[in-house]
Design a protein around this ligand. Structure first.
Ligand code: SF4
Ligand code: SF4
Length: 234
C-alpha cells in the first residue's frame, strides 16, 4: 500500500513499511547517516540522520513511514543539529584524514563534507586506544571508531552466528574488541566486506592501503549523496 507524507513541505508518495530514511532517498532527499546500511536493521546509534517528524526530533533510520507524517529535513535548525553531531564525532576520536588509508572511502569524512563542516567547535579529546593487530588479516585503529555498531550487528561467524566484534566498556572507556579466533576464519572476501562495512578507518585489511589514487577513490568517483539517492548501500 502507498500513501503520502510531507518532506520539506513537498508531498511524496511512499510505500508502507518503508523506513523514513529510504523513503526520503527514494524521493530525492538525502539524509546524512553513519550507522545505517540500506536493507539492514539499524539501532540508530549515531543520530546523524536526525530530522523533525511531526515536530519531534528523531533518527530517520529507525522510523517507519506513517500516513500524513510531516518531516523537516533541511530546515536550518535541524541541519545545524546534525552538523554538531558530526563535529562531536570528530572531537571524540583521532581523525587525521590526510594520513588515513580510508580517506576518500570514509563515510564520516563524506558526511562531514555533506554537512559543510570545517573544524569542530568542541575540544578534541585525543583518546588513547591501543591498536589491535592480533588477527591474521584485520587491523583495528581503535581511536577512529565511532561506535556505530555496524560491525557488531552484521559481521558474524557463518557457522555459529556468533558476533566477531563487540564494544567493551562504557563512556570514555569504551573500545571495540575483536574475537581473533573467529576473525581468522573469515575468508578474504569477508574480511574485505567487514572493512567496507566500517564507515571509518577503524577496521582495516592488513596488507592493503592507499590502493586508489586521489581522484579515483570511492567517494571521489561518486559522492555519498549520489550513492544514497541511487539506492546503493553506502
Ligand atoms: S576514519 Fe575517516 S574521518 Fe577519520 S581520519 Fe580516516 S578518513 Fe578521516
Ligand atoms: S569498528 Fe567501525 S563498524 Fe565497528 S563500531 Fe567501530 S566504527 Fe562502527
Amino acid at each position: 500500500m502507498s500513501f503520502t507524507i510531507t518532506i520539506d513541505k513537498r508531498k511524496v508518495l511512499v510505500d508502507e513499511g518503508c523506513t523514513l530514511i529510504d523513503a526520503a532517498a527514494d524521493n530525492g532527499v538525502f539524509i546524512p547517516n553513519l550507522c545505517y546500511t540500506r536493507g539492514k536493521p539499524c539501532l540508530g546509534t549515531c543520530r546523524v540522520c536526525s530530522v523533525r517528524v511531526n515536530g519531534k526530533v528523531t533518527a530517520a533510520c529507525t522510523v517507519p513511514v506513517q500516513p500524513g507524517m510531516v518531516v523537516d529535513v533541511n530546515e536550518p535548525e535541524v541541519a545545524e543539529m546534525r552538523k554538531l553531531l558530526v563535529e562531536a564525532l570528530f572531537s571524540e576520536g583521532n581523525h587525521n584524514c590526510p594520513s588515513c588509508e580510508k580517506s576518500g572511502r570514509c563515510e564520516l569524512q563524506a558526511v562531514a563534507y555533506e554537512v559543510e563542516m570545517t573544524a569542530s567547535p568542541f575540544p578534541y579529546r585525543f583518546p588513547k586506544r591501543e591498536r589491535e593487530d592480533a588477527a591474521d588479516h584485520i587491523f583495528l585503529e581503535r581511536d577512529r571508531c565511532i561506535f556505530c555498531q555496524r560491525c557488531v550487528e552484521h559481521v558474524r561467524d557463518e557457522e555459529t552466528g556468533q558476533a566477531i566484534f563487540a564494544i567493551h566498556g562504557r563512556g570514555t572507556k569504551a573500545r571495540i574488541e575483536i574475537d581473533v579466533g573467529l576473525a581468522n576464519k573469515l575468508t578474504p572476501e569477508q574480511v574485505h566486506a567487514a572493512a567496507e562495512l566500517c564507515p571509518v578507518g577503524c577496521i582495516l585489511e592488513k596488507g592493503v592501503g592507499f590502493e586508489d589514487p586521489m581522484g579515483s577513490r570511492k567517494f571521489d568517483v561518486k559522492s555519498l549523496r549520489r550513492r544514497m539517492l541511487e539506492g546503493e548501500t553506502s
